[in-house]
Design a protein around this ligand. Structure first.
Ligand SMILES: C[S@@+](CC[C@H](N)C(=O)[O-])C[C@H]1O[C@@H](n2cnc3c(N)ncnc32)[C@H](O)[C@@H]1O
Length: 272
């Protein structure tokens, strides 16, 4: 199951590098105006050596580079995402590796902080990841993660139509279950991280504004939810028609469709 879930994620991201950071995860945080990448980067302000788990196309690493982190490293399953990372001039010197967060190819104690944006909740065997993060962190180092916490407005409507369609996809083509649901809860994350030597996490929930013109919101929803890639053209057309009909009443006078997502931010320190 783990291998097939990782194969699915690798294929998905190889085919669509940059789709998620570019559109679906890039909305401003409500009441703050910055992107969630900036908010997460602030939680490790001052860290000189930083590793990003599931770094995708490198937007978080680029953000960290802009704040003066000197040694940046990233790991991701997808070579397509890593190629996109390498195209960012700010990451010319970053140590970017294709691999699994469960087996980190880095030396003991080599980072002041480890971060992960919208990726830990997709990963299997989190106790092994916690042990690896504890190994590569220096004593007292910080582990800061952002995990998805649910859709809002048009995104919620989208999923209410999409979920029953995902279930109708023939079993052999369905998207595999990914991740450990405990990573999306404060007590669950504490349970997973404490045995590796981490203190209790701090926990904040942010709301991302992912609204916009209806076409853009539709595209965002398509890119965000992995099982959409298992639908055929006829199912996608049916989903789009149902989405458009049911969100028409949500459109504002200036033609904007409200949509969003909640995101939880957890930060903990390795006990020295
Ligand atoms: C939703 S994307 C987020 C990418 C990036 N962090 C961002 O927020 O823009 C999740 C990323 O995690 C990677 N990933 C998933 N499981 C992984 C694992 N076990 N080890 C390393 N990377 C993994 C995927 O390949 C994908 O690039």
């Amino acid at each position: 199951m783990t291998a097939s879930a990782e194969d699915f994620l690798r294929r998905f991201h190889d085919q669509r590098p940059e789709a998620q950071s570019g559109l679906s995860l890039s909305g401003p945080v409500v009441g703050d105006g910055r992107k969630s990448y900036d908010v997460l980067a602030d939680r490790v302000a001052g860290a000189r050596r930083v590793l990003d788990l599931g770094c995708g196309d490198g937007l978080l690493l680029e953000t960290l580079a802009g704040r003066g982190a000197e040694l940046l490293a990233g790991i991701d399953l997808s070579s397509g995402e890593l190629e996109a990372c390498r195209r960012r001039p700010a990451l010319a010197d970053a140590d970017l590796r294709q691999g699994r967060a469960q087996e980190l190819p880095f030396a003991d104690g080599s980072f002041d902080a480890v971060v992960s944006h919208m990726a830990l909740m997709l990963m299997a065997d989190v106790p092994s990841i916690a042990a690896e993060v504890a190994r590569v962190l220096a004593p007292g180092g910080t582990f800061a993660v952002a995990v998805g916490a649910g859709p809002l407005d048009a995104a919620e409507v989208f999923l209410s139509f999409a979920r029953p369609m995902f279930d109708k996809v023939p079993k052999e083509r369905q998207a595999p279950q990914t991740g450990d649901p405990r990573t999306r809860r404060r007590d669950g994350l504490d349970e997973l991280l404490a045995p590796a030597g981490f203190g209790p996490v701090s926990w904040d929930t942010l709301v991302l504004d992912l609204g916009g013109p209806a076409d853009e919101v539709w595209q965002r929803c398509r890119d965000t939810y992995y099982p959409v890639s298992t639908l055929d053209d006829a199912q996608l057309a049916e989903l789009r028609a149902a989405f458009e009909a049911s969100t028409r009443e949500l459109l504002t006078e200036d033609g904007r469709l409200p949509s969003g997502a909640k995101m939880s931010l957890a930060v903990t320190r390795l006990r020295s």
